[in-house]
Ligand binder design. Structure first.
Ligand SMILES: [Zn+2]
Length: 437
């Protein structure tokens, strides 16, 4: 072949490669947002255009900006557009556990892993349908490393679901988790990995991190009851020494530790051991709050779940259930006033996925004094910060993943609007559209 021909051929190959690239470049979608709550700003914006290419937001512009002729336009000009929501406390492997059907124990003793996985696929789809495009799922309750695999199934496109941060098995101590109450000679399965001593604690954290845990979940309190004076008491589980081994290990992997802690000794140990987030935190003392501020500890209160399934009022269990909900309100208010970093979490799974609106906790947070915009931030940019995903999720801005939702009304006037999400885009793909033509 003569040199000239080689030259022409090379140009032709380069040209074809260019055409190929142009054909493969993701198309542009432009969302017209009537009102935009972007997840970080304190006030909403109006008449904005959100340019989405591939899985990311390319830019956010004023309504007058030019829209290329080949762009797909989604008209949400009569809606309020927000970033996809983040629920920082879920259990995809719990199913509401109706006590009439055997409660928590039946889920482990009678439901096989395939049945539980099938239910989990419904749970994650339900979350996405309701506008929750990211979940921090806080343990599989006896379903092993199933959460890592559900996450994988979502990532490979096999099932629809939100972006997941998972913790796998979670950790507690002997006497610190269900199943319990069976004959002592029976070795019962447990809903968590049981450890005793700092060596076992560190080993469990290593195993869980090795098998794909994004966070580590630790139970720092277990049973709770009322003492003679009517105060809420919680049984502590891990020692500070045990917790420190876990936190040290997790932090070395640049991962964080979420601690279930109701109050008292266990909650104090959670803080002294260096937990990154306190889950539930039903009863926080002023000293607890001061320590959380000092250490930058996140607070994920999960309020609504403590208003369900109360035992009868004249039983010790029923009185305990009422006390839990009662002490939670002043704790939340004090933490809010003090400026503790609060993230939105529901504990859904503890409430049925099929009937509970995942936005259920917003109403409680606002009722307890949080401004609606701050409640929205707790489920968007604040949660993103906790998850080390600042600027990537929980915000409608250039460069972020295109997780965009919309509601018909104004959630700043009525926060319950968030229970009726009509449009969901996740990673740039429209998952649900009941309003934008
Ligand atoms: Zn939980």
């Amino acid at each position: 072949m003569r040199r000239g021909s080689v030259y022409v051929l090379a140009i032709l190959i380069l040209f074809c490669a260019g055409v190929q690239r142009a054909q493969n470049a993701p198309g542009l979608t432009v969302i017209r947002a009537g009102t935009l709550i972007d997840g970080t700003s304190d006030t909403p914006a109006h008449n904005k255009l959100i340019f989405v290419r591939g899985e990311r937001i390319e830019k956010v512009a004023d309504a007058g900006a030019a829209i290329p002729a080949d762009a797909k336009v989604i008209d949400l000009s009569n809606a309020t557009v927000l970033p996809g929501l983040i629920d920082s406390h879920t259990h995809m492997f719990l199913w509401g556990e109706d006590p009439a059907k055997g409660g928590y124990d039946a889920n482990i003793l009678k439901a096989g892993i395939a049945l539980r996985a099938a239910r989990a696929t419904v749970a994650v789809r339900r979350a996405l349908e309701q506008g929750f495009t990211t979940l921090r799922d806080l343990e599989t309750e006896g379903a092993g490393y199933g959460d890592v695999e559900i996450k994988e199934a979502i990532a490979e496109g096999t099932i629809p679901g939100p972006r997941l941060f998972v913790v796998t098995r979670a950790i507690s101590t002997t006497g610190g988790y269900n199943l319990e109450g069976y004959a002592p000679e029976l070795v019962m399965p447990k809903g968590v990995q049981i450890v005793d001593g700092p060596v076992e604690a560190r080993k469990a954290a290593r195993e869980q991190l090795d098998h794909g845990a994004d966070w580590i979940k630790v139970y720092m309190t277990h049973r709770s009851w009322l003492d003679r004076q009517g105060n809420l008491v919680s049984q502590p589980t891990l020692t500070v020494e045990e917790l420190k081994a876990i936190v040290d290990e997790a932090h070395g992997w640049q991962k964080k530790v979420a601690c279930h802690a109701y109050n008292g000794i266990g909650l104090q140990r959670a803080l002294d051991g260096g937990c990154d987030s306190i889950e539930h935190g039903l009863e926080l003392t002023d000293a607890n709050i001061a320590q959380m501020l000092r250490q930058g500890t996140w607070y994920c209160p999960t309020i609504a779940v403590y208003f369900g399934d109360w035992g009868p009022a004249d039983t010790p269990g029923g009185q305990r259930d009422r006390k839990r909900a009662e002490v939670h309100e002043p704790s939340f208010k004090k933490a809010l006033a003090a400026g503790v970093k609060i993230v939105y979490g529901t504990d859904i799974g503890g409430m049925p996925w099929t009937t509970t609106p995942e936005a259920i906790d917003f109403g409680y947070m606002v009722k307890y004094g949080m401004r609606p915009m701050d409640a929205i931030r707790s489920a968007t940019s604040r949660a993103a910060e906790m998850l080390d995903m600042q600027g990537e999720i929980g915000v409608v801005a250039a460069g972020a993943y295109a997780d965009v939702i919309a509601v018909a009304g104004d959630p700043l006037r009525d926060i319950a609007e968030l229970e009726h999400v009509r449009f969901v885009m996740h990673d740039g793909a429209v998952f649900k559209n009941e309003m934008g033509k």
